[in-house]
Design a protein around this ligand. Sequence first.
Ligand code: ZN
Length: 611
Amino acid sequence: MTSAEHTPSDAGPAAGVRWDLSDLYASPSDPALEADLDRALAGARDFERAYRGRVASQSAHALALAVDALETLNEPVTRALSFASLLFAGDTADPRHGALLQRVQERASEIRNTVVFFELEWVALTDEAAATVLRDPLLARRRHFLESIRRYRAHVLSEPEEKLLEETSNTGRRAFSRLFDEVTTSLRFQLEYAGQVADLSEEEVLSKLHEPDRALRRAAAAALTAGLRTNARLLGFVFNTLVQDKAVLDRLRHFEQPMQDRHLANEIDAASVEALLSACERRYDLVARYYRLKARLLGLGRLEDHDRYAPLPGEVGERSFADAKRIVLDAYGDFSPELATIARDFFERRWIDAELRPGKRGGAFSASTLPRLHPYVLLNYTGNLRDVMTLAHELGHGVHQSLARVQGLFEQDTPLTTAETASVFGEMLVFRRLMREETDPRVRLALLCGKLEDAFATVFRQVAMTRFEESLHAARRAEGELAPERVNDLWLAANRPMFGDSVHLSEDYGWWWLYIPHFVHSPFYCYAYAFGELLVLALLRRYDEEGPAFVPRYVALLAAGGSDAPPHLLRDKVGLDITDPAFWDGGLALLEDLVAQAENLADSLRSNGRA
Ligand SMILES: [Zn+2]
């Protein structure tokens, strides 16, 4: 494909790279979709007839068969949900897509409600009774699944209450979440620059923050702020509603802290997360140290918030999508030909959607579907180095999800904390390969700085975002509905300690929490990124120590998916102990090494008169 001149409004350097969803269904009106939903509902009703009121009295063998049946009946509904959400992500502006997603979610709720009795009866068993049946080797394959349902024991409600919550969430929480997507994907930003006004999408205006021209970056920041402010009333209302919805659910489900349900879902305890967060906060000095270096390299005094993503002198220009594909597959292949083969399928079998399109969801993701199918990757490829890294990142997810399909529908997906393992690892492989190939010290310095900025965005920024969310939920619970300006203050208060005096965060920057989807879609998601990055640095250290012997152990870790709690899998597969509070300091020390390398490289360039 060509990357000839394109205006901000066309499809970008990955023009034509669209996914083919026909492995799921031929079209939104494919009769197979409706048939799948009918089949799932019929399966759910059969399941109910067979097991309602009898879960406690099942033998281990019968219980294993019940879980198999539950998995089988969930497959067609998962297929329909995958298709509807991917179709919607690809074009949120088409009202038929929103309508399909809504309908499938409503049907899925009906199916879920029909079988919810199973989990409720299972958690109602006493610990002794559950332990007795779980000890049976016939249940070995389902032990983790059944045990992990029981961790919600203190937090489930009665069956009518659960059904009510499930059904009303389609017009409550899920509807607000979708409204946020529809509003943010349709936002337009007026960029005033060099006497012209350009009408840009969120993706496009954000990409202008990476431009070398400071005036253009400043104009892009102003355009983003103005667009967000204009919609602050609506988006702020969505935030307030969802934060309060969570407060109500937490109260009803007896969660004492806003983060508690996330920790439970992540199969991690609060103390381990706090150890991670505070270990990172103790090293905020690295962020300030790096941005002081960056200011020097850019020849600027103090950096403004819109200077954070300014490119450095050695940064290379636009990369075609074909080039990005080659770089990523080569880097994966150096590490493991098996991983490269899996990643190559995504390109060749059209499981990637990379072009820019109006109405397409921003950002990037990889979505697992059914174990017998394959994941799909969405990105918005604009051609900079960051996008190459995003491709490496999402394919890491894709490879991880592909390998873990052997665990079946219920255990193929990992908790969020280890979900970022292969993605961040993939980015590191690409970074290392680029560093190996590059001989020009100026380009090497730019690559190193790019890696540092990514790592900081993944570690420290996510910790600051978690602290922001903590303060947001606490403030809403204590003060009632929050004015956007109040949330701006919380956002700035959480971000300022990270930069110290190295970057000036303006009042305008205060509005920038408004477009971050994680706060809306998955509260307290963000710490998983910091967890993932620091875990990956530890894994890389293992790889450097062990060489090729590490590769099959790593692949086995990925293939284990969500079949056990992360601390157990990491201990058993690769010998890492993440319950040790000092564990996180190892990865942070590696980041400090990278900062020192960048400083040294900058100094040697300066003494050679080339900086
Ligand atoms: Zn990711």
